[in-house]
Design a binder for this molecule. Structure first.
Ligand SMILES: Cc1cc2nc3c(=O)[nH]c(=O)nc-3n(C[C@H](O)[C@H](O)[C@H](O)COP(=O)(O)OP(=O)(O)OC[C@H]3O[C@@H](n4cnc5c(N)ncnc54)[C@H](O)[C@@H]3O)c2cc1C
Length: 532
């Protein structure tokens, strides 16, 4: 581990410059709080990541759409002058679903998100939406585990509900494909309680699946990352890139957030960890976090998602009366959309390889995956689709600082056993990230609101304590337990008045007592503060 090359003082340190971390930092800075953001990557935005084709066309490799009710992300974007345009949603959409009668796929063309052109299939899907929405309305967004039927719903998967409640084969296939498209996870991986919470947090299933009146309504002209880029620009030098956080040490006075790669430590009064829980669990905490919080982070897997784009000279499918939208279980690409820029030039199709398909096709070489994707698109939209001028793919599981997407979600049993540990601050550490959102959980909107919520928690604490900080440290029992550091192993940092301070570990709710011999000083190898 590298020696500490510098300790910077701040009021708050934010870990992660995704939309959540940036929203937290923006609100804190607006409140006059001295905030520093440490970001692992050499860019901001996290799961909002935009690249450009040679002709300048923005391609969103991660989050891209916003829709009605997503006021947080919409307001941030508007305040920064990041403009949007409506997604293309004209013409026929294709459902190609394997059924016992049509093992190669039953093709249904329809003009709304739900394939109502086949009355039996459409009615079965709509009935299930209605039933699920009725159940979801009883799930409290702040505390899903307190729903009257929480235990029953958390003991089963979304798949078991679909199998028991959707009898029409093509409708059942549609639900499975949509589940993978919405969660990037198979319905057997998601608890029914989570599916109900998630849909309610978005305002219902129609909000999740619809295009022009749902979550797929609008896109950003310059790509979704532009929102994060402009937020970061406003924060200026408060945002530090290439600084993956490895270790967080806290006591009852301060929190020290340390990045080995950059050799930088930030000493602050509070930290906001704005990462997906699975990644937050990879940070080393001293004192160690309580078992419940850690076990939560072990149980919230990221979805499996490979997002592909094919670029064509024109959106040729439009002239054939097709919307560019397909839903299929006949190949790796489960869902597609027209992702052309507003001008319609070039034509761009986006495809989502989700859940089992993402895992299966990640094992193949890129060329084989490309061939399978193009074969799917040709089946959906015609032979021209097999000859794009550009092919772009992004596997989110391969990203060291994301490890999957769209988000972390709850398998059975997790909400009811660990839900309380999702947002509860531990000592001086507060948690943000879209996974902690109550509204539009999993979406960019939820990321922004989670950051705002974490900032508000800290501002409330500041109002109570920071401006007249509590002096003194923990008392005798803490020291007797052996987690007061000896002078030789204490962590020096420059206090606000330039004086060296020493950490005394404290017992706080949710924190484990550090075991005797748990050698924090060795782990961090700090140099004397005078060299900082
Ligand atoms: C393929 C895909 C498509 C999606 N489509 C949509 C969509 O159309 N609409 C929508 O609203 N949402 C969509 N989402 C979800 C949306 O992108 C996310 O909900 C949102 O961007 C999450 O923001 P966040 O700040 O919570 O987390 P992140 O964006 O993951 O931010 C976390 C940040 O922390 C950094 N980091 C990680 N580890 C460390 C560390 N140890 N130290 C310091 N920094 C660290 C990361 O690099 C990252 O910048 C999509 C996601 C994916 C992957």
């Amino acid at each position: 581990m590298r020696p500490l090359v510098g300790v910077r003082q701040a009021d708050v340190v934010v870990v992660g410059a995704g939309l959540a971390g940036l929203a937290a930092a923006r609100d804190l800075a607006a409140h006059g709080v001295d905030v520093v953001v440490l970001e692992a990557r050499d860019r901001v935005g996290g799961r909002a990541y935009t690249i450009r084709c040679e002709d300048g066309t923005a391609i969103d490799l991660g989050g891209q759409w916003i829709g009605p009710g997503q006021t947080r992300i919409a307001n941030v974007a508007a305040s920064l002058g990041v403009t949007t345009f409506p997604a293309y949603d004209e013409g026929a959409t294709i459902l190609l679903a394997r059924t016992p009668q049509a093992p190669e796929g039953e093709r249904i063309e329809h003009t709304s998100a739900v394939p109502s052109s086949n009355p039996a299939v459409g009615a079965a899907i709509l009935a299930a939406i209605e039933s699920l929405d009725v159940l979801a309305r009883t799930v409290p967004l702040e505390a899903p585990w307190t729903a009257a039927r929480a235990r029953e719903w958390d003991a089963q998967t979304f798949e078991s509900w679909i199998a028991a409640n959707v009898a029409v084969p093509a409708a059942r296939a549609w639900w499975r494909i949509e589940c993978a498209a919405i969660f990037a996870a198979e319905p057997h991986e998601v608890s029914l309680l989570h599916a109900l919470f998630y849909s309610r947090s978005a305002g219902g299933w129609r909000s999740l699946v619809d295009v022009l009146t749902g979550a797929q309504e609008r896109r950003f002209h310059d790509g979704a990352q532009e929102v994060a880029t402009r937020m970061a620009r406003r924060l200026g030098q408060r945002v530090i890139l290439d600084a993956p956080v490895d270790t967080i040490v806290q006591d009852d006075q301060r929190v020290l957030v340390y990045s080995d790669r950059s050799g930088l430590g930030i000493s602050a009064r509070y930290a906001v960890v704005a990462l997906p829980p699975a990644l937050a669990g990879r940070i080393r905490y001293r004192p160690t976090l309580g078992g419940l919080r850690d076990q939560l982070t072990q149980r919230m897997p990221m979805g499996s998602m490979v997002k592909v784009h094919c670029v064509y000279d024109t959106p040729f499918w439009r002239t054939r009366g097709l919307s560019g939208q397909a839903t299929s279980d006949t190949g790796p690409v489960g869902t597609t959309f027209d992702n052309s820029p507003e001008s319609g030039n070039p034509g761009v199709l986006v495809g989502f390889i989700a859940g089992n398909a993402a895992r299966r096709w990640s094992r193949y070489p890129r060329a084989a995956r490309r061939a399978a994707v193009l074969s799917d698109l040709a089946r959906y939209f015609g032979a021209e689709a097999a000859a794009p001028r550009g092919y772009i793919e992004q596997s989110w599981a391969d990203e060291e600082y994301t490890r999957g997407g769209y988000a972390g979600c709850m398998p059975p049993g997790v909400w009811t056993a660990y839900g309380e540990d999702l947002r509860r601050p531990i000592g001086r550490i507060h948690w943000a990230g879209t996974e902690t959102a109550t509204v539009w959980n999993g979406y960019m909107d939820g990321a922004v609101s989670s950051g705002e919520r974490a900032a508000a928690e800290i501002i409330a604490s500041f109002d109570k304590s920071v401006w007249s900080p509590k002096e003194g440290s923990l008392t005798g029992p803490a020291q007797r337990r052996g987690f007061a550091l000896s002078p030789a192993r204490s962590i020096p940092y420059l206090g606000h008045k330039g004086a060296d301070l020493k950490y005394t570990m404290t017992k706080q709710p949710g924190l484990m007592d550090a075991e005797a011999g748990d050698d924090m000083g060795t782990a961090l190898e700090f140099e004397p503060a005078s060299k900082a």
